[in-house]
Design a protein around this ligand. Structure first.
Ligand code: G4F
Length: 375
């Protein structure tokens, strides 16, 4: 096969605050896996940096059937030497920085670690690239969480930031340092301001996947109830594989720039639950328990993105509707659980012995601190 020049996507990682380590089940994230697949299809040679752990898991790469096609390089966002080593090994032409402590709720308990991993690490990477590969094209995974508690009903590239969590504050830092390296050192550095993007590869700690997995388990009699926090929160949810395509388009643009990537539609967590349970013929009111312990100390009430700049300049538009997204996630979890009950072994993030009530507590952090902090 003919390879074009190399690149590195840094595979997104999740941080497990309870174990004080990166969660081995999320070592390579949703976006890293989908982006790697897209780039392989475009004949790139793909390198992914992963953090060493005692039990690494590459289930998403395996799920997409691409693990053997990705060159995995061990590295750590907190360790500049390992980043330099990865850049020298891969000699990339494009660099997608997707790694972060990306769970907003955990950032309230791991605030300074989140600042370092999610925020300051962007500078470590940019410094390494400035010294070794200044002409590289760099993508920074910025987030709609940066808009936080602002007043604009719809957010675009000119909307002021008003971060509402340590995670969002760290992302604002990453956003600005990316712009500063672009404007001061002339680097081709772009921010993708991505609104929530979901898929069957989403981590189980995020609300969409928590709900799709619960709907599937309850339908199959494997669980009875689902505990959730703020049902009134409203988000702009889109389909992750479409969003990674936009990341790539940003780096093919003639000049470096910043873009909002969103579906343009907004739904509440309650609508998400209604749709998910409706997909399997269940009434959500019979199963969902609102648990005050799962409310965040400060939550972003509503987000809705205006993607017209991406549409006009990059020719990008979202394709999958909210209803179709929720349906495809529930159906994927239903299929997994059915296959699992039939004895099939396949790459997945949930062991067959899972106890949903315990998982709910675990992934929402209530076992760690909820009862202490918010009783
Ligand atoms: O699914 P979430 O945890 O996503 P959140 O906080 O909006 O952030 C995600 O999207 C951002 C934008 O792309 C990323 F930057 C970020 O890294 C992450 O991927 O929560 C969504 C909403 C929140 O308002 C939360 O309070 O759902 C509400 N919610 C209600 N009950 C819950 C729950 N969220 C979670 N995770 N678990 C619950 O039980």
């Amino acid at each position: 096969m003919e390879w074009s020049n190399g690149m590195i996507p840094i595979l997104e990682v999740s941080y497990n605050c309870e174990k004080n380590s990166f969660d081995h089940r999320n070592i390579t994230g949703q976006d890293g896996a989908y982006l790697a697949k897209l780039l392989l299809e475009k004949n790139y040679k793909v390198y992914g940096i992963f953090r060493r752990t005692s039990t690494p898991s590459f289930w998403r790469l395996q799920y997409l059937g691409i693990q053997d096609s990705v060159n995995l390089i061990p590295g750590d966002l907190m360790d500049t030497g390992s980043l330099i080593n990865a850049i020298l090994q891969a000699d990339p032409t494009e660099f997608y920085h997707l790694a972060a402590q990306s769970f907003v709720e955990a950032s309230f308990d791991e605030a300074s670690a989140t600042g370092d991993i999610t925020g300051v690490s962007v500078t470590r990477i940019l410094d390494a690239l400035k010294l070794l590969k200044k002409d590289i094209r760099f993508y920074q995974a910025s987030s709609s969480e940066m808009f936080g508690n602002g007043e604009a009903p719809m957010q675009n590239e000119d909307t002021p930031f008003h971060p509402a969590s340590p995670y969002a504050a760290a992302k604002v830092y990453g956003y600005w340092i990316t712009r500063i390296y672009r404007e001061s050192f002339g680097m081709f550095a772009c921010n993708g301001i991505l609104f929530n993007h979901e898929s069957p590869l989403r981590g189980i700690e995020f609300v969409t996947r928590k709900v799709s997995n619960a709907a599937a388990m309850i339908k199959l009699g494997l669980a009875k109830s689902l505990r959730l926090g703020n049902l009134k929160a409203r988000r702009d949810w889109g389909y992750a594989p479409e969003y990674v395509e936009n990341m790539w388009k940003m780096l093919q643009n003639e000049k470096p720039d910043d873009f909002v990537v969103a579906s343009g539609a907004q739904h509440s967590v309650q609508e998400l639950v209604e749709t998910a349970f409706g997909t399997v013929g269940l009434n959500w009111k019979d199963h969902v328990i609102v648990d005050r312990k799962l409310f965040r100390p400060l939550d972003v009430p509503a987000l809705q993105g205006d993607f017209s700049k991406a549409a006009n300049i990059l020719g990008w538009r979202p394709k999958t509707s909210f209803d179709d997204l929720v349906k495809l996630m529930v159906e994927a979890d239903l299929r997994r659980w059915k296959d699992c009950l039939n004895g099939m072994i396949f790459p997945w993030d949930i062991p067959s012995s899972v106890n949903i009530e315990r998982e709910n507590e675990f992934y929402s952090g209530s076992r760690t601190y909820g009862s202490k902090r918010r009783n």
